[in-house]
Design a protein around this ligand. Structure first.
Ligand code: SF4
Length: 350
Protein backbone atom coordinates (compact mmCIF):
# COMPACT_ATOMS: atom_id res chain seq x y z
CA UNK A 1 0.00 0.00 0.00
CA UNK A 2 1.52 3.15 -1.16
CA UNK A 3 2.40 6.38 0.63
CA UNK A 4 3.50 8.02 -2.60
CA UNK A 5 1.67 6.90 -5.72
CA UNK A 6 3.04 6.66 -9.27
CA UNK A 7 -0.44 7.37 -10.64
CA UNK A 8 -0.30 10.81 -12.22
CA UNK A 9 -3.54 12.13 -10.75
CA UNK A 10 -3.15 11.20 -7.08
CA UNK A 11 -0.61 11.59 -4.29
CA UNK A 12 -1.31 8.36 -2.42
CA UNK A 13 -3.30 5.17 -2.78
CA UNK A 14 -5.18 3.34 -0.06
CA UNK A 15 -6.70 -0.12 -0.44
CA UNK A 16 -9.11 -1.01 2.37
CA UNK A 17 -9.60 -4.44 0.81
CA UNK A 18 -8.51 -6.40 -2.25
CA UNK A 19 -10.64 -8.23 -4.79
CA UNK A 20 -13.39 -7.52 -7.30
CA UNK A 21 -15.48 -8.90 -10.18
CA UNK A 22 -15.07 -7.84 -13.80
CA UNK A 23 -18.03 -5.73 -14.89
CA UNK A 24 -16.93 -3.82 -18.01
CA UNK A 25 -14.81 -4.15 -21.16
CA UNK A 26 -12.44 -1.86 -19.26
CA UNK A 27 -11.86 -4.73 -16.81
CA UNK A 28 -10.75 -7.20 -19.51
CA UNK A 29 -7.07 -6.83 -18.69
CA UNK A 30 -7.36 -5.81 -15.02
CA UNK A 31 -3.80 -5.61 -13.68
CA UNK A 32 -5.01 -6.15 -10.12
CA UNK A 33 -6.70 -9.43 -11.05
CA UNK A 34 -3.53 -10.57 -12.85
CA UNK A 35 -1.53 -9.69 -9.74
CA UNK A 36 -3.98 -11.64 -7.52
CA UNK A 37 -3.93 -14.60 -9.91
CA UNK A 38 -0.15 -14.86 -9.60
CA UNK A 39 -0.52 -15.18 -5.81
CA UNK A 40 -3.28 -17.75 -6.26
CA UNK A 41 -0.97 -19.87 -8.38
CA UNK A 42 1.30 -20.22 -5.38
CA UNK A 43 -1.52 -21.55 -3.20
CA UNK A 44 -3.25 -18.39 -1.91
CA UNK A 45 -6.98 -17.74 -2.22
CA UNK A 46 -8.26 -15.92 -5.31
CA UNK A 47 -10.21 -12.72 -4.61
CA UNK A 48 -11.62 -11.98 -8.07
CA UNK A 49 -14.99 -13.10 -9.34
CA UNK A 50 -18.56 -13.59 -8.14
CA UNK A 51 -18.69 -15.39 -4.81
CA UNK A 52 -14.96 -15.01 -4.13
CA UNK A 53 -14.34 -13.47 -0.70
CA UNK A 54 -12.50 -10.15 -0.74
CA UNK A 55 -9.49 -9.71 1.54
CA UNK A 56 -9.51 -6.88 4.05
CA UNK A 57 -6.09 -5.26 4.40
CA UNK A 58 -4.16 -5.05 7.67
CA UNK A 59 -4.97 -2.80 10.60
CA UNK A 60 -1.63 -1.05 10.20
CA UNK A 61 -2.57 -0.24 6.61
CA UNK A 62 -5.88 1.17 7.81
CA UNK A 63 -4.00 3.53 10.13
CA UNK A 64 -2.01 5.03 7.25
CA UNK A 65 -4.64 7.68 6.25
CA UNK A 66 -4.74 8.96 9.82
CA UNK A 67 -0.99 9.51 9.62
CA UNK A 68 -1.37 11.38 6.30
CA UNK A 69 -4.11 13.48 7.84
CA UNK A 70 -1.88 14.40 10.77
CA UNK A 71 0.92 15.41 8.37
CA UNK A 72 -1.37 17.90 6.60
CA UNK A 73 0.55 21.07 7.50
CA UNK A 74 3.82 19.76 6.08
CA UNK A 75 2.09 18.53 2.92
CA UNK A 76 0.33 21.85 2.46
CA UNK A 77 3.58 23.76 2.92
CA UNK A 78 5.32 21.62 0.31
CA UNK A 79 2.54 21.32 -2.30
CA UNK A 80 0.26 24.28 -1.64
CA UNK A 81 -2.82 22.05 -1.53
CA UNK A 82 -4.38 19.10 0.29
CA UNK A 83 -3.25 15.49 -0.20
CA UNK A 84 -5.28 13.45 -2.72
CA UNK A 85 -5.86 9.81 -1.81
CA UNK A 86 -7.06 7.37 -4.47
CA UNK A 87 -9.10 4.76 -2.64
CA UNK A 88 -9.15 1.19 -3.97
CA UNK A 89 -6.73 0.69 -6.86
CA UNK A 90 -7.03 -3.07 -6.21
CA UNK A 91 -10.79 -3.20 -5.59
CA UNK A 92 -14.00 -1.17 -5.97
CA UNK A 93 -15.47 0.73 -3.02
CA UNK A 94 -19.02 0.11 -4.30
CA UNK A 95 -18.62 -3.62 -4.94
CA UNK A 96 -21.81 -5.49 -3.86
CA UNK A 97 -19.77 -8.41 -2.56
CA UNK A 98 -17.97 -6.36 0.08
CA UNK A 99 -19.55 -6.61 3.55
CA UNK A 100 -21.39 -3.35 4.33
CA UNK A 101 -19.60 -2.92 7.64
CA UNK A 102 -16.22 -2.81 5.84
CA UNK A 103 -17.51 0.10 3.77
CA UNK A 104 -18.86 1.80 6.88
CA UNK A 105 -15.45 1.41 8.52
CA UNK A 106 -13.94 3.05 5.46
CA UNK A 107 -16.33 5.99 5.78
CA UNK A 108 -15.40 6.33 9.44
CA UNK A 109 -11.78 6.75 8.30
CA UNK A 110 -12.82 9.23 5.60
CA UNK A 111 -14.82 11.29 8.09
CA UNK A 112 -11.95 11.18 10.58
CA UNK A 113 -9.46 12.53 8.01
CA UNK A 114 -10.91 15.89 6.89
CA UNK A 115 -7.50 17.12 5.68
CA UNK A 116 -7.45 14.53 2.89
CA UNK A 117 -9.32 14.63 -0.41
CA UNK A 118 -10.59 11.10 -1.00
CA UNK A 119 -10.90 10.07 -4.65
CA UNK A 120 -13.35 7.18 -4.95
CA UNK A 121 -13.23 5.92 -8.53
CA UNK A 122 -15.71 3.20 -9.42
CA UNK A 123 -17.04 1.10 -12.26
CA UNK A 124 -20.24 0.64 -10.21
CA UNK A 125 -21.52 4.20 -10.03
CA UNK A 126 -25.08 2.82 -10.03
CA UNK A 127 -24.46 1.54 -6.48
CA UNK A 128 -22.84 4.72 -5.17
CA UNK A 129 -25.80 6.85 -4.08
CA UNK A 130 -27.47 4.05 -2.10
CA UNK A 131 -24.23 2.87 -0.49
CA UNK A 132 -23.12 6.40 0.39
CA UNK A 133 -26.43 7.10 2.09
CA UNK A 134 -26.25 3.80 3.98
CA UNK A 135 -22.71 4.56 5.10
CA UNK A 136 -23.66 8.07 6.24
CA UNK A 137 -26.55 6.71 8.27
CA UNK A 138 -24.35 4.02 9.82
CA UNK A 139 -21.53 6.32 10.95
CA UNK A 140 -23.22 9.65 11.62
CA UNK A 141 -23.61 9.06 15.37
CA UNK A 142 -19.81 9.07 15.63
CA UNK A 143 -19.38 12.36 13.79
CA UNK A 144 -22.46 14.54 14.27
CA UNK A 145 -21.31 17.78 15.87
CA UNK A 146 -17.92 17.73 14.17
CA UNK A 147 -17.73 20.83 12.02
CA UNK A 148 -16.72 19.08 8.81
CA UNK A 149 -19.40 16.40 9.13
CA UNK A 150 -22.10 18.96 9.87
CA UNK A 151 -21.04 20.96 6.83
CA UNK A 152 -21.42 17.83 4.69
CA UNK A 153 -20.47 14.16 5.08
CA UNK A 154 -19.04 14.45 1.54
CA UNK A 155 -16.93 17.59 1.95
CA UNK A 156 -13.71 15.64 1.37
CA UNK A 157 -15.10 12.99 -1.02
CA UNK A 158 -14.59 13.15 -4.78
CA UNK A 159 -16.59 10.57 -6.69
CA UNK A 160 -15.38 9.33 -10.07
CA UNK A 161 -16.91 6.98 -12.63
CA UNK A 162 -14.78 4.99 -15.04
CA UNK A 163 -16.28 4.78 -18.53
CA UNK A 164 -14.52 3.33 -21.55
CA UNK A 165 -16.92 3.87 -24.46
CA UNK A 166 -19.93 6.00 -25.41
CA UNK A 167 -22.44 3.41 -24.21
CA UNK A 168 -20.98 3.44 -20.69
CA UNK A 169 -20.72 7.25 -20.73
CA UNK A 170 -24.41 7.65 -21.62
CA UNK A 171 -25.44 5.07 -19.02
CA UNK A 172 -23.21 6.10 -16.11
CA UNK A 173 -22.55 9.85 -16.21
CA UNK A 174 -26.16 10.78 -15.31
CA UNK A 175 -25.81 8.55 -12.23
CA UNK A 176 -22.53 10.24 -11.33
CA UNK A 177 -24.14 13.67 -11.57
CA UNK A 178 -26.86 12.55 -9.15
CA UNK A 179 -24.36 11.40 -6.52
CA UNK A 180 -23.43 13.81 -3.71
CA UNK A 181 -19.74 14.69 -3.70
CA UNK A 182 -17.31 17.57 -3.30
CA UNK A 183 -16.21 16.96 -6.91
CA UNK A 184 -17.32 14.59 -9.65
CA UNK A 185 -14.90 13.25 -12.23
CA UNK A 186 -14.77 10.70 -14.99
CA UNK A 187 -11.81 8.53 -15.86
CA UNK A 188 -11.78 7.30 -19.44
CA UNK A 189 -9.08 4.68 -19.14
CA UNK A 190 -8.60 2.50 -21.02
CA UNK A 191 -10.19 4.60 -23.73
CA UNK A 192 -11.67 2.03 -26.11
CA UNK A 193 -13.66 4.23 -28.46
CA UNK A 194 -14.68 7.73 -29.40
CA UNK A 195 -16.64 9.43 -26.60
CA UNK A 196 -18.56 12.71 -26.89
CA UNK A 197 -19.44 14.25 -23.53
CA UNK A 198 -21.68 17.02 -24.90
CA UNK A 199 -24.13 18.34 -22.34
CA UNK A 200 -22.48 16.43 -19.47
CA UNK A 201 -19.89 19.22 -19.44
CA UNK A 202 -22.44 22.02 -19.20
CA UNK A 203 -23.31 23.48 -15.82
CA UNK A 204 -27.09 23.27 -15.89
CA UNK A 205 -29.69 21.99 -13.43
CA UNK A 206 -29.56 18.24 -13.16
CA UNK A 207 -31.80 15.49 -11.93
CA UNK A 208 -29.90 15.66 -8.65
CA UNK A 209 -32.14 18.53 -7.63
CA UNK A 210 -35.26 16.77 -8.80
CA UNK A 211 -34.68 13.58 -6.82
CA UNK A 212 -33.85 15.42 -3.61
CA UNK A 213 -30.34 14.05 -3.02
CA UNK A 214 -29.04 17.59 -3.53
CA UNK A 215 -31.21 20.42 -2.27
CA UNK A 216 -30.97 24.19 -2.66
CA UNK A 217 -30.25 24.61 1.07
CA UNK A 218 -27.02 22.60 0.82
CA UNK A 219 -23.74 24.57 0.69
CA UNK A 220 -23.08 26.29 -2.62
CA UNK A 221 -19.97 24.28 -3.40
CA UNK A 222 -22.02 21.10 -3.17
CA UNK A 223 -24.72 22.38 -5.48
CA UNK A 224 -22.25 23.67 -8.04
CA UNK A 225 -20.50 20.33 -8.19
CA UNK A 226 -23.81 18.56 -8.63
CA UNK A 227 -24.55 20.11 -11.96
CA UNK A 228 -21.64 19.07 -14.19
CA UNK A 229 -18.48 17.04 -14.44
CA UNK A 230 -15.61 18.77 -12.64
CA UNK A 231 -12.70 16.85 -14.15
CA UNK A 232 -11.93 14.48 -17.03
CA UNK A 233 -9.04 12.01 -17.09
CA UNK A 234 -8.19 10.04 -20.20
CA UNK A 235 -5.60 7.40 -21.02
CA UNK A 236 -4.70 4.45 -23.19
CA UNK A 237 -4.26 0.90 -22.00
CA UNK A 238 -0.99 -0.60 -20.79
CA UNK A 239 0.06 -4.21 -20.37
CA UNK A 240 0.66 -7.21 -22.58
CA UNK A 241 -2.80 -7.33 -24.19
CA UNK A 242 -3.32 -3.58 -24.40
CA UNK A 243 -5.70 -2.16 -26.99
CA UNK A 244 -4.65 1.04 -28.80
CA UNK A 245 -6.28 4.43 -28.40
CA UNK A 246 -6.85 6.49 -31.54
CA UNK A 247 -5.25 9.93 -31.13
CA UNK A 248 -8.37 11.65 -32.45
CA UNK A 249 -10.44 10.22 -29.58
CA UNK A 250 -8.17 11.89 -27.03
CA UNK A 251 -8.05 15.12 -29.05
CA UNK A 252 -11.80 15.35 -29.28
CA UNK A 253 -12.19 14.91 -25.51
CA UNK A 254 -9.50 17.51 -24.83
CA UNK A 255 -11.18 19.98 -27.17
CA UNK A 256 -14.62 19.43 -25.65
CA UNK A 257 -13.21 20.00 -22.16
CA UNK A 258 -11.33 23.07 -23.26
CA UNK A 259 -14.44 24.61 -24.82
CA UNK A 260 -16.46 23.93 -21.64
CA UNK A 261 -13.71 25.08 -19.23
CA UNK A 262 -13.46 21.63 -17.62
CA UNK A 263 -9.98 20.49 -16.46
CA UNK A 264 -8.54 17.71 -18.63
CA UNK A 265 -5.71 15.36 -17.66
CA UNK A 266 -4.07 13.19 -20.29
CA UNK A 267 -2.64 10.35 -18.21
CA UNK A 268 -0.81 8.23 -20.75
CA UNK A 269 -0.79 6.73 -24.23
CA UNK A 270 -0.30 3.26 -22.80
CA UNK A 271 1.46 0.61 -24.85
CA UNK A 272 0.68 2.10 -28.26
CA UNK A 273 1.88 5.39 -29.69
CA UNK A 274 0.66 7.13 -32.86
CA UNK A 275 3.14 6.83 -35.66
CA UNK A 276 3.69 10.57 -36.05
CA UNK A 277 4.91 10.81 -32.41
CA UNK A 278 7.94 8.61 -33.02
CA UNK A 279 11.39 10.08 -33.03
CA UNK A 280 14.47 8.53 -34.55
CA UNK A 281 15.91 8.04 -31.07
CA UNK A 282 12.93 5.96 -30.02
CA UNK A 283 12.86 3.90 -33.16
CA UNK A 284 16.57 3.16 -32.95
CA UNK A 285 16.31 1.83 -29.41
CA UNK A 286 17.20 -1.87 -29.73
CA UNK A 287 14.68 -2.96 -27.11
CA UNK A 288 11.84 -1.21 -28.89
CA UNK A 289 12.89 -2.57 -32.26
CA UNK A 290 12.31 -6.08 -31.04
CA UNK A 291 8.83 -5.37 -29.72
CA UNK A 292 7.78 -3.01 -32.48
CA UNK A 293 4.57 -3.93 -34.27
CA UNK A 294 2.01 -1.64 -35.82
CA UNK A 295 -1.74 -1.46 -36.16
CA UNK A 296 -3.73 0.60 -38.58
CA UNK A 297 -7.21 2.09 -38.14
CA UNK A 298 -9.47 0.89 -40.95
CA UNK A 299 -13.09 2.12 -40.97
CA UNK A 300 -14.00 1.38 -37.34
CA UNK A 301 -11.33 -0.95 -35.94
CA UNK A 302 -7.63 -1.59 -35.52
CA UNK A 303 -6.09 -4.19 -37.78
CA UNK A 304 -2.66 -5.73 -37.39
CA UNK A 305 -0.13 -4.49 -39.90
CA UNK A 306 2.57 -6.68 -38.43
CA UNK A 307 6.19 -5.81 -38.03
CA UNK A 308 7.11 -3.60 -40.97
CA UNK A 309 10.62 -2.52 -41.77
CA UNK A 310 9.60 0.79 -40.27
CA UNK A 311 12.91 2.63 -40.51
CA UNK A 312 12.70 2.25 -44.28
CA UNK A 313 9.02 2.99 -44.52
CA UNK A 314 8.88 5.99 -42.20
CA UNK A 315 8.47 8.37 -45.11
CA UNK A 316 6.58 5.90 -47.20
CA UNK A 317 3.44 3.89 -46.94
CA UNK A 318 2.30 4.38 -43.34
CA UNK A 319 -0.47 6.88 -42.75
CA UNK A 320 0.69 9.21 -39.96
CA UNK A 321 -2.72 9.71 -38.47
CA UNK A 322 -4.10 6.20 -38.64
CA UNK A 323 -1.23 4.03 -37.50
CA UNK A 324 0.01 3.16 -34.00
CA UNK A 325 3.11 1.26 -32.97
CA UNK A 326 3.70 -0.77 -29.84
CA UNK A 327 6.57 0.93 -28.02
CA UNK A 328 5.66 0.27 -24.36
CA UNK A 329 4.08 2.58 -21.79
CA UNK A 330 7.28 4.26 -20.66
CA UNK A 331 8.51 5.14 -24.13
CA UNK A 332 5.05 6.21 -25.25
CA UNK A 333 4.91 8.81 -22.48
CA UNK A 334 2.04 11.22 -21.92
CA UNK A 335 2.35 14.05 -24.37
CA UNK A 336 -0.54 14.83 -26.68
CA UNK A 337 0.25 17.14 -29.58
CA UNK A 338 3.59 18.13 -28.12
CA UNK A 339 2.71 18.83 -24.49
CA UNK A 340 1.34 17.36 -21.27
CA UNK A 341 -2.25 18.07 -20.21
CA UNK A 342 -2.38 18.19 -16.42
CA UNK A 343 -5.70 19.80 -15.53
CA UNK A 344 -7.10 19.38 -12.00
CA UNK A 345 -10.25 20.79 -10.39
CA UNK A 346 -9.53 24.09 -8.68
CA UNK A 347 -10.61 24.83 -5.14
CA UNK A 348 -13.06 27.37 -6.54
CA UNK A 349 -14.79 24.74 -8.64
CA UNK A 350 -15.42 22.48 -5.67
S1 SF4 B 1 -13.58 -2.75 -11.45
FE1 SF4 B 1 -11.37 -2.29 -11.44
S2 SF4 B 1 -10.49 -3.69 -9.91
FE2 SF4 B 1 -12.52 -4.48 -10.45
S3 SF4 B 1 -12.13 -5.98 -12.09
FE3 SF4 B 1 -12.62 -4.01 -13.06
S4 SF4 B 1 -10.61 -3.05 -13.43
FE4 SF4 B 1 -10.30 -4.70 -11.91
Amino acid sequence: MSGESKIEWTDSTFNPWIGCTKVSPGCDHCYAEAWDRRFAESGHAMHWGTGKARRRTSESNWRQPVRWNAAHDAFLAEHGRRRRVFCASLADVFDNEVPDHWRWDLFRVIAATPNLDWLLLTKRIGNALKMLNEAAAAVEDDFVGASTWDRSPWANVWIGATVVNQEEADRDIPKLLDTPAAARFISIEPMLGDIRLGSFLQRSPSAAFANGCVTPDMPAWTRIGATAIDWVICGGESGRHARPMHPDWARSLRDECSAAGVPFLFKQWGEWLPWHHFTDARIDDPHERTRFVTREWLDDRWIDVGRPNFWDSKDGDIDDMQCVGRVGKKAAGRQLDGREWNGFPTEAAR
